[in-house]
Design a binder for this molecule. Structure first.
Ligand SMILES: [Zn+2]
Length: 113
């Protein structure tokens, strides 16, 4: 499950912020997950709970912000929405697509105290 190492990465970001800003507890974490990132939301929740135990983010609420996927279709010469990686173009049905957005996962915001 690669969500476990991703969750550890998220915790590393939070701890870095905690060291910089000096907060003691994180109440809420907003995490952007792109539709094309390959990250499973439910697996991410499970791993986040597991890795944050005993850390500054212990018990923090995890708010998942879904980022839609977009790709550039070579045949249409247009940006098109795609729900999943390797899906065909919704306009022409072609597969000559280049992922533009929604391939990433990132910490958007932290609510701290
Ligand atoms: Zn197309």
């Amino acid at each position: 499950m690669h969500e476990m190492s991703l969750a550890e990465g998220v915790l590393a970001i939070i701890e870095e912020q905690a060291a910089k800003s000096g907060f003691a507890r994180v109440k809420t974490v907003w995490l952007e997950i792109g539709a094309l990132s390959g990250v499973e939301t439910e697996a991410m929740r499970f791993c986040f709970d597991a890795v944050t135990r005993g850390s500054v983010a212990d018990g923090a609420a995890l708010e998942i912000v879904a980022v839609p996927g977009t790709s550039w279709c070579m045949q249409c010469s247009a940006s098109v929405p795609v729900a999943e990686r390797y899906d065909p173009c919704p306009r022409c049905g072609g597969y000559q697509l280049q992922v533009q957005g929604g391939a990433e996962m990132r910490v958007k915001e932290l609510e701290v105290e």
